[in-house]
Design a protein around this ligand. Structure first.
Ligand code: PNW
Length: 554
């Protein structure tokens, strides 16, 4: 597919590209400045809940090192940064009648200001799984409809306190409701860890709870969007939508039952949330499979849910081959495999069992979603964990060939989908800026394009970061000023230190590393500064023309 592209094929200058992170995965500092507990705090400390037995108390220490992390973003030259706000930093006990924590607000306020100063567009997720523990204890968290009003109240505070300065942000309500519902309340592998499987959890009912949780997530999202549109959108000019996870589902072969199976897989993974939100009802297959166990919307609720998201927020990682069969409702009674009928693998295996690299599937999913839901697509997460990276010495980990291949394939797909298929894609965020706390995998599975040495907290750009940054530099139009033709554009570039150079550095210091790691390398401060300068230069002829015009025609 990439072969069709000419060198002049570029993404528009306002295409948002950058990196994504989430509060609990990077911040650490779980008990400072008035933060309340989240459901992941204690869950991650329970024996057997994380692969390495480690928790999120320190993570990448980004609550303390956020300025260094923003320096890294500046060096990379990104357009945008997607991060999430920890609800329990804003309202430690979570509820609508509970006190607001000014220190928590200040933290994110400073972060947003600093991003704007650097010319980086904040792309904010309101909820990335770190529910205030108090709300879980009070009424079971997402299991209760009480959460809808509490969530809307939390969202309101965020709109009020951050929305004034963030004119161009995209507000995401939830991240990946499928994961919250199924992994948190069905399989029991994510907090709060509920499941019918009593070896996993003393409480929970996997046959009903995930569908109730999903329903409440949709309603909370919809009412938060309603509030934003009624009270904030006109004056703040933002865009609001939901991000869903979902991977492409392809039939294992061309048998009719496997073709149907692939659609069922998509109906449960994606349609469960996307169909009500964009099309106005749950998918027929979901209603049929679950019967009375699927909660229904009242007509008034449905009016709020339908059309509540202004874009399609897309988190996607892989593609599954689908065979009809089995009784796993969470996959639509479909079996997933990466092994083709001829015995070959679909793509390169990642460290986690559920992920193989298959760019063609990404392109098919982009087309499927655009055709089905007719919304601009914001790719809010896409990434790869290299097999056994956690066991490699740093210099070997930095040469992350399989991740480079993954991003080579998927960035080519973005361009092809926009230019050749006509899909309206507005953003692409790589998961993740840093290696970080990978939920039930602890720190073992590494998704970062930047390596983190957890002993020293030093950050080292991997080869994938260099590829990724360079690719967007080469494939994004430079912002056009009114009459830019005569004005030479400032080159936009980042020369990042080489993997070799960094690996030789002393790792005993805990200072931020990108520049320090290889002092002989010039880091050209990119994009935003230079682009701003070039914009000013580019405007000069226009200003002169206007002045001349005024002078001649007083
Ligand atoms: C997403 N699966 O989670 C999350 O948004 C991130 O917080 C996370 O770090 C990232 O993807 C990588 O895992 C997922 O089992 C977790 O298919 C599990 C699955 C998919 C996405």
């Amino acid at each position: 597919m990439a072969s069709h592209q000419s060198l002049t094929d570029k993404l528009p200058s306002d295409f948002l590209w950058g990196f994504a992170t989430a509060s609990f995965q990077i911040e650490g500092s779980t008990d400072v400045d008035g933060r309340g507990k989240s459901i992941w705090d204690d869950f991650s400390k329970l024996p057997g809940k994380t692969l390495d037995g480690r928790d999120g108390d320190v993570a990448t220490d980004s609550y303390n090192r956020w300025k260094e992390d923003l320096d890294l973003l500046t060096q990379y030259g990104v357009k945008s940064y997607r991060f999430s706000i920890a609800w329990s930093r804003i309202i430690p006990l979570g509820g609508r009648n509970d006190p607001v924590n000014e220190a928590g607000i200040q933290f994110y306020s400073n972060l947003i200001d600093a991003l704007l100063e650097r010319g980086i567009v904040p792309f904010v997720t309101l909820y990335h799984w770190d529910l205030p523990q108090a709300l879980y204890e009070r009424y079971g968290g997402w299991l209760s409809r009480e959460i809808i009003d509490d969530y809307v109240n939390y969202a309101k505070i965020c709109f009020e306190r951050f929305g004034d300065r963030v004119k161009y942000w995209c507000v995401l309500t939830h991240n990946e409701p499928w994961c919250i519902s199924i992994l948190g309340h069905g399989r029991g592998v994510f907090a709060p860890g509920r499941s019918s499987d009593r070896t996993r959890s003393p409480e929970g009912d996997s046959s009903t709870e995930p569908w109730i949780v999903g329903h409440n997530l949709i309603l909370a999202h919809a009412y938060a969007c309603k509030l934003y549109r009624e009270e904030f959108k006109a004056k703040q000019g933002g865009t609001i939508g939901i991000t869903l996870n979902g991977d492409m589902a392809l039939p294992y072969d061309d048998s009719p039952e496997n073709i149907t199976a692939a659609q069922h897989a998509l109906d449960v993974a994606i349609g469960w949330f996307a169909d009500p939100i964009y099309l106005g009802d749950y998918p027929a297959f979901l209603k049929e499979m679950l019967g009375d166990r699927l909660p229904r919307f009242t007509p008034e609720e449905l009016a709020v849910v339908t059309g509540s998201s202004e874009f399609y927020g897309m988190n996607t990682y892989t593609t599954n081959l689908c065979k009809a069969g089995g009784d796993d409702e969470f996959q639509g009674k479909v079996e997933y495999t990466f092994t083709r009928p001829d015995g070959t693998q679909l793509g390169t295996q990642a460290h986690c069992a559920w992920l193989q690299d298959y760019p063609e599937g990404f392109r098919q999913l982009l087309n499927y979603l655009y055709k089905r839901y007719s919304k601009p697509i914001y790719v809010t997460e896409n990434g790869f964990a290299v097999k056994d990276e956690h066991n490699m010495p740093v210099e070997q980990a930095l040469a992350d060939h399989d991740r480079v291949q993954y991003f080579k394939g998927n960035t080519a797909v973005i361009l092809a989908a926009v230019k050749e298929d006509g899909v309206d894609i507005r953003s692409y965020f790589a998961w993740s800026l840093l290696d970080n706390f990978e939920w039930a995998d602890g720190y073992i599975t590494r998704f970062g394009l930047t390596y983190v040495d957890y002993e020293t907290q030093k950050r080292y750009p991997k080869d994938s970061a260099k590829f990724y940054v360079q690719w967007f530099k080469e494939h994004t139009e430079v912002e056009e000023a009114p009459q830019p033709a005569e004005v030479p554009q400032q080159p936009q570039s980042v020369d990042l230190p080489s993997a070799d150079g960094e690996a030789k550095q002393d790792s005993s210091s805990s200072s931020p590393t990108v520049e320090a790691a290889e002092p002989t390398t010039t880091v050209k401060r990119v994009a935003n500064g230079d682009a701003a300068a070039s914009k000013v230069c580019a405007c000069i002829p226009t200003i002169l023309t206007v002045l001349t015009h005024l002078y001649r025609h007083p």
